[in-house]
Ligand binder design. Structure first.
Ligand SMILES: NC(=O)c1ccc[n+]([C@@H]2O[C@H](COP(=O)([O-])OP(=O)(O)OC[C@H]3O[C@@H](n4cnc5c(N)ncnc54)[C@H](O)[C@@H]3O)[C@@H](O)[C@H]2O)c1
Length: 415
């Protein structure tokens, strides 16, 4: 066993972490075998260097770089006094997905260690961050989860960001049971294994589909009645309820984030490849000279086409880190938050911006409206602004540009 003393006093310029409580704690280095330690230690030191901390630590990093470490005994010579209040071991499920890959990047960039879990059913190997420790498997498989988490020192894993799931309302109508199995039973399994391992902090990917068909008149706040209409929405609501019960009865600390329509991307991280989402279909139409179907233009909106709330994937990923840090530091937050832009954009507006950004004229074809498509879906984000420092200060043009760049980056590598 190797011990790392974490002293906040050694932080030269705490920067991002300056708001954290002053604390000195002794923790186990998360990995008991030397191979793991060798993998993780340089990362820990690199994260410290990246945060521009003390030169003392920097020299330590240099000597580590020159001397390969091959066993714990050698490590002990260094008597590591490392400033890693920021370094936690976090489990991310759905880590190879569109949003999960952005969450992993954010966590790793600020020095956390990530245990990335994904069965690659819709996720891509190319979206996995090389710095994460990847375990391929199903979140419904208890044995897989237990054997994965058992590789790490008990108590070292501080939280779970649970994104693994299925996400298409229309698909869920055709195949409801797989949605309940993955989204509801899968979440129950994650909570149960968390309980076994004494991990109590969880941030969960929920969806605005838990609200059902209440959007037509106004932006929807978290206090709205929850009447999901699709099995997808119901499966997320069940999952939220399981989490709420774990908070009420088992001492869990949790936040469920109800995303609206996630858009944008990052070249080298991931892009949205979904068959049912507007942006990938528009980018496909642009690159493959296909026509783009517009379902109805007689809605009661500014130009007659449906209006949706598009939230930037990078800001969304950031909000997960904020929530996780809040749970870890005991900040008092609510159980659920909407995450949207708070602004609505129509289909025609999106087509115009995609044409401008790509420089390719999109050929739109009008089709009959789809059953059950609300005219407007808009988030009330008052609570997220108040509690999560949520500020969706990014334009639709910027979102489209990042989505287009990441689409082009991954198109030849994956599609
Ligand atoms: N993209 C959106 O607009 C949006 C909106 C609301 C909510 N969400 C939710 O956010 C989460 C992430 O969405 P995304 O857009 O990144 O989708 P995604 O399909 O890209 O990512 C989901 C990931 O979960 C993995 N996965 C699925 N089932 C699994 C299982 N049983 N075990 C292990 N891994 C499994 C997939 O392989 C994939 O990598 C989902 O839970 C989704 O419901 C997404």
């Amino acid at each position: 066993m190797f011990r790392v003393l974490i002293t906040r006093e050694l932080l030269g310029t705490p920067g991002f972490y300056s708001s954290l409580p002053r604390i000195t704690e002794k923790v186990m280095f998360p990995f008991s075998n030397s191979a793991m330690t060798n993998v993780m230690l340089p990362r820990v030191v690199m994260c410290i260097v990246r945060e521009r901390l003390t030169s003392k630590i920097y020299r330590l990093d240099k000597s580590l770089g020159e001397k390969p470490i091959d066993n714990v005994g050698t490590l002990q010579l260094f008597i590591l006094v490392i400033v890693v209040y920021s370094c936690r071991v976090i489990v991310v499920t759905g880590a190879a997905g569109y949003i999960g890959s952005h969450v992993c990047k954010e966590l790793l960039d600020i020095g956390h260690s990530v245990i990335a879990i994904d069965n690659l059913s819709t996720g891509k190997h190319q979206f996995l961050d090389q710095r994460a420790l990847f375990y391929k498997g199903n979140i419904q498989n208890r044995d897989f989860l237990i054997s994965t988490l058992s590789k790490f020192e008990r108590g070292s894993i501080k939280g779970v960001i649970h994104l693994a799931g299925l996400k298409f309302a229309s698909e869920s109508v055709k195949n409801p049971l797989s949605y309940y199995e993955t989204n509801s039973s899968g979440t129950q399994m994650i909570l149960s294994v968390m309980q076994d391992f004494d991990i109590q902090n969880v941030v969960f990917s929920s969806s605005c589909s838990v609200y059902g068909d209440v959007f037509a008149q106004k932006p929807v706040s978290e206090s709205e009645n929850l009447k999901p209409i699709s099995p997808y929405g119901k499966s997320k609501l069940f999952a939220e309820s399981f989490i709420q019960d774990a908070v009420n009865s088992l001492g869990f600390r949790a936040i469920s984030l109800r995303y609206f329509n996630v858009a944008g991307g990052t070249p080298g991280v991931s892009c949205d490849l979904s068959r049912f989402n507007i942006f990938p279909n528009l980018f496909r139409a642009a690159t493959d000279e296909l026509q783009f179907d517009v379902y109805g233009n007689q809605y009661e909106t500014q130009d007659g086409t449906c209006v949706r709330d598009y939230v930037d994937v990078r800001l969304l990923a950031n909000a997960h880190i904020f929530c996780l840090e809040s749970l870890l530091t005991g900040r008092d937050l609510d159980l659920v938050y909407n995450l949207g832009s708070g602004v609505g954009n129509s289909v025609y507006e999106i087509i115009r911006v995609v044409s401008e950004v790509t420089g390719i004229e999109i050929k739109a074809k009008l089709k009959a409206p789809r059953l059950g498509d609300p005219s407007q879906i808009l988030a009330d984000v008052t609570k997220a602004k108040r509690d999560l420092a949520w500020n969706h200060s990014i334009s639709l043009e910027e979102i489209v540009e990042s989505g287009w760049n990441s689409w082009k980056y991954f198109r030849d590598r994956i599609v």
